[in-house]
Design a protein around this ligand. Structure first.
Ligand code: 5AD
Ligand code: SF4
Length: 354
């Protein structure tokens, strides 16, 4: 089995630049490590985009504050609870509550988490942006399990140009707070941002490894016509696959989703990612009437179908990739603990340096 070793910046950069048969061979190596760690299992998480109201103006994002063409919505807390219970009945054991960044609904979400957790055993992941430490504590106490907050790029200069409202060090501080509070913490970046280099992307992967994040959600940058980045081009899909494979090899047992933006750039993109290192799929569980209003980028897939159809297609995607859809929670920390117990008293995996 490919061991968990420390890769150098130069090696990672070389992986990202591979082409043709050399790239395919990298993807096979990452897939074989993934299958050694997880078998053919692909964990599923349902995403509920409960509000598209956002106070920020990220340069790339279709629901940024200044895009007046977006019809803004938010779901009330009883409706969110109802959707989560439906997802539970459909077999989901993880849901992701995602929204734009405003504080308005924070306490509603606390109530949703407390109520849902008192009724059923489902992992709750939040993806609601940068908040105060007190707010993260409130959600943790309510029972939230995981938090996703993408760093978007670790190139600090590029970060600044893309995020007029944000500060890189604050974003990092939020991520570290989430880890410290015991959330399973996920982060991620966009691939192919204007001005981003292979070295930047290799640094992104080293950043994931350095902070030992549990989940790594990445996808290609895809321009949106009502943003300042309209007219820029997306990257070649091979670069996205190389990035997924390099993340798998470097960060070893993290949860890596095959994301919607991958399938938007390349029709079979998620199947390809599931054969190049990804082990998670995140179907959209948002009711269809809202999906068109949560367009972060052009041509986002699944906006014209309902949750049932999305589920059928998700199953087909996983099966086409030769894998098996698994509905269980798929916690990284619990899996690690089990593996340590199975290994007896030894707590270090080969090559584990920390
Ligand atoms: N292209 C690709 N991904 C995007 N996101 C936002 N806008 C775009 C875009 N134009 C991603 C960001 C954000 C996540 C919710 O969606 O990485 O964190
Ligand atoms: Fe708002 Fe998130 Fe879009 Fe930035 S990326 S504009 S914070 S929804």
């Amino acid at each position: 089995m490919t061991e968990n070793r420390n890769y150098q910046l130069k090696e990672i950069k070389e992986m990202l630049l591979l082409q043709g048969e050399d790239a395919s061979s990298l993807h096979r190596e990452a897939n074989s490590l993934t299958e050694n760690l997880f078998g053919k299992s692909v964990f599923v998480r349902g995403i509920i985009e409960f509000s598209n109201v956002c106070a920020k103006n990220c340069a790339y994002c279709g629901i940024r504050r200044d895009n007046r063409k977006v019809k803004r919505y938010h779901m009330d807390k009883d409706y969110i609870k109802q959707i989560i219970f439906e997802a539970y009945r459909d077999g989901f054991r993880t849901i992701v509550l995602q929204s734009g960044e405003v504080d308005t609904y924070d306490h509603d979400i606390t109530e949703v988490i407390e109520y849902v957790k008192s009724k059923c055993d489902i992992a709750i992941t939040l993806s609601m942006g940068e908040k105060s430490r007190e707010q993260y504590v409130e959600w943790k106490k309510a029972g939230a399990d995981r938090y996703l907050l993408r760093i978007e790029t670790t190139n600090k200069k590029l970060f600044k140009t893309l995020h007029p409202d944000d500060d890189y060090e604050n974003r990092l501080k939020s991520l570290l707070t989430l880890k410290e509070l015991g959330f399973e913490a996920g982060t991620g970046v966009m691939i192919g941002l204007p001005g981003q280099t292979a070295e930047d992307m290799a640094n992104d992967i080293l950043f994931f490894k350095e902070h030992d994040f549990d989940m790594l959600g990445v996808g290609p940058f895809i321009p949106h016509n009502d943003t300042p980045l309209k007219g820029h081009t997306s990257t070649a899909f091979e670069k996205v696959l190389n990035f997924v494979s390099a993340m798998r090899l470097v960060t070893y047992d993290t949860n890596i989703p095959a994301t919607t933006s991958m399938a938007t750039l390349e029709r079979d993109g998620r199947e390809m990612a599931l054969n190049a290192g990804a082990n998670v799929i995140m179907p959209n569980y948002t009711p269809q009437i809202y999906r068109e209003s949560y367009k972060l980028y052009e041509n986002k897939i699944c906006t014209d179908e309902d949750a049932e159809r999305t589920m059928e297609l998700t199953r087909a995607t996983v099966e086409n990739a030769g894998k098996v859809l698994v509905m269980e929670r798929g916690d990284r920390r619990a899996r690690r603990d089990e593996q340590k117990q199975c290994a007896g008293t030894s707590v270090n995996r080969p090559g584990d340096s920390n």
